[in-house]
Design a protein around this ligand. Structure first.
Ligand code: ATP
Ligand code: ZN
Length: 286
């Protein structure tokens, strides 16, 4: 029987869409019809399980699923024996301690003796211990942000992305405990065949990630500035240069990184580059 790699992803919630998208962009087709627990890919040896994110670390540790896409925050909180094999760049958030907006805050010592409500008691306890602060942890499973206003706690420890939920609940961020994003966690004992499929999957996902950070750029350059322009463009190896019908001009093609993009465009224009076209790259294999 053909070996299949079993991947667990969130059934619904913040990571669901992006998890499906990254698999689809890696060319893996499967049916994600609602109310299904399981789907088989048509064109890749992969079986997809749709689960609650909280359950994913345990399933991966036990090998019910071989790998899973889950927030690093959940992984650290559940503290299971699994291995992080890739970081995915979505589901970004912070786990932070927040206190009432109008309260003065000088530093972590101000939390001494306070009562903190959270659904992340493992991570919070470790953090407090490391910082030698004695505080009472009050574990609750949802609506953590209302705890101070109803008198349940002095502070909270919860996930934050923009901070607007904190603000509307009269809170402010005091300490950032963890910066998190979605990761791929793997069972520690994959067999050779499973490992091969995982490597293939990671290779594809990385090609998609790289292509997102890079743009293909085409421009016309006056021949006398070709050298200077090629120096500005890093390219994968070196830029492609094609002569134009218009004598004295060449067409230059290259790949630039998103982070350096505007810098590079400005320098190119200074060197007389014209007709600059920038195109998205779908996949990038190095
Ligand atoms: P489930 O029903 O699967 O248990 P959930 O309600 O626990 O879902 P979601 O709110 O969907 O979880 O969040 C899933 C993950 O998305 C979080 O664990 C975290 O990694 C990430 N995330 C990103 N931004 C935020 C945010 N602002 N608030 C909460 N989680 C966020
Ligand atoms: Zn959850």
């Amino acid at each position: 029987m053909e070996t299949k790699l079993k991947i667990a992803i969130q059934k619904s919630g913040r990571l669901n869409e992006d998890s499906i998208r990254i698999l689809k962009e890696a060319g893996i087709e499967f049916n994600n019809g609602l109310n299904k627990l399981k789907a088989e890919a048509y064109n890749f040896p992969l079986e997809v399980f749709f689960l609650r994110d909280d359950d994913i670390p345990q399933y991966v540790e036990d090998g019910i699923a071989d790998i899973g896409i889950v927030g690093e925050n959940v992984l650290l909180e559940k503290n299971k024996e699994v291995k992080i094999v890739d970081r995915l760049g979505f589901g970004k958030c912070r786990l932070s301690i927040a206190i009432p907006k109008n309260q003065k805050y000088k530093g972590i010592q101000d939390l001494e003796g306070k009562k903190i409500a959270t659904s992340y008691s493992t991570i919070l306890a470790k953090y407090l211990k490391k910082n030698k602060v004695n505080a009472e942890i009050h574990e609750i499973s949802g609506s953590v942000e209302i705890a101070p206003s109803i008198g349940l706690a002095d502070a909270i420890c919860d996930l934050v992305s923009s901070g607007s939920t904190l603000f509307t609940n009269g809170l402010k961020e005091a300490e950032v405990i963890l910066k998190s994003e979605a990761v791929i966690a793997s069972n520690k004992k994959l067999n050779k065949k499973q490992q091969e499929i995982l490597d293939k999957l990671l290779f594809r996902i990385n090609a998609v990630k790289k292509s997102k950070n890079n743009k293909y750029i085409l421009l016309n350059a006056p021949n006398e500035n070709l050298d200077a322009i090629c120096k500005i463009l890093p390219g994968m190896k070196s830029p492609t240069i094609l002569p134009l019908a218009d004598k004295g001009w060449s067409s230059v093609h290259s790949v630039v990184n998103e982070n350096e993009f505007w810098d590079i465009i400005e320098k190119l224009k200074e060197k007389g580059a014209q007709g600059i076209l920038v195109v998205p790259i779908e996949k990038m294999i190095l």
